[in-house]
Ligand binder design. Structure first.
Ligand code: KMH
Ligand code: ZN
Length: 280
């Protein structure tokens, strides 16, 4: 089995300091959380940025400054900006971080309800457009699927030549409006993708660690972080992103699965080694 790639989703766009005081807003806070996750074993940082007041933004300048600062502190880590942003943002705004020299980004693979009146819109044409932009700029997409229909959409677009190998899926399960993260959901999804693809699981809330444990056992990879879940165990807030990553490292140890470095993660995913000196 490949070594385990741990992604840490350190901030997200929806969770606030009122939910958890360690949700980072300022660049300094983001860098500190990224460093804590990285030094605990995360090889990928899934990145959303905010204003200092905590408002989600896709500002190119804010991403640029944040990425530069993270690279200083975590020189080899894979930084994966979000092109999902926050509900209601336009295509154009969401794609802003792809104007920077980055090696990876998320690509959301379908529309879904997102709680209350919110709808996270990702039409077929959006997906094709985002995929084309990323392909042109040699940005490796993490294919975020919130339910099985999203996986089917990607497999169809792959057949038609809009999505290219190597394909790396991220099953984000447990969103209010998406698929749940029960064991049967996990098996259904992992068995739905071709065997040459890689996948990671991100369980929202109570699904975070049970899904992490399944992925560790079955050769998948794992995403944790305050974007997805703020508790280390039922009713107990995690100290921060570091503690969530540490728990995955412990789980992996229990199953004899080694943790991938960023260099090893790139090899596993099929991303070429990145020149971090590159001007953003
Ligand atoms: N904040 C969600 C609306 C992504 O990062 O690509 C979208 C999201 C997915 O978090
Ligand atoms: Zn995200």
């Amino acid at each position: 089995m490949d070594k385990l790639i741990i992604t840490c989703a350190i901030s997200g766009a929806e969770v606030t300091k009122a939910h958890h005081p360690s949700i980072p807003y300022t660049i300094h806070e983001v860098v500190e959380e990224a460093y804590q996750a990285y030094s605990a074993g995360a090889s990928i940082i899934h990145l959303h940025v905010r204003t200092d007041e905590g408002k989600p933004t896709q500002s190119k300048i804010r991403y640029k400054k944040t990425i530069q600062a993270i690279r200083k502190r975590c020189p080899d880590v894979i930084i994966q900006p979000s092109t999902g942003g926050a509900v209601g943002m336009s295509r154009h705004v969401r794609l802003k971080p792809t104007e920077l020299a980055i090696e990876m980004a998320t690509l959301d693979c379908g529309t879904l309800n997102f709680g209350g009146d919110d709808i996270f819109v990702n039409t077929e044409n959006d997906i094709k457009y985002f995929a084309r932009v990323m392909k042109t700029k040699q940005i490796f997409p993490e294919l975020e699927c919130f339910e099985k229909g999203h996986v089917d959409m990607i497999l169809r677009l792959h057949k038609k030549g809009f999505i290219h190998d190597p394909m790396h899926f991220s099953f984000v399960l447990g969103v209010n409006g998406g698929m749940t993260g029960e064991a049967r959901d996990f098996h259904f999804l992992r068995e739905s993708i071709p065997s040459h693809c890689t996948y990671s699981v991100a369980g929202i809330g109570k699904y975070e660690f049970p899904l992490a444990e399944l992925a560790i056992q079955y050769g998948g990879h794992v995403r944790v972080g305050l974007e997805d879940n703020i508790y280390i165990e039922k009713g107990v807030l995690a100290k921060g992103n570091r503690e969530l990553v540490e728990k995955v490292v412990q789980l992996a140890k229990a199953y004899g699965r080694e943790i991938a470095t960023p260099h090893e993660a790139r090899k596993i995913l099929g991303i070429k080694e990145f020149n971090h000196e590159e001007i953003l």
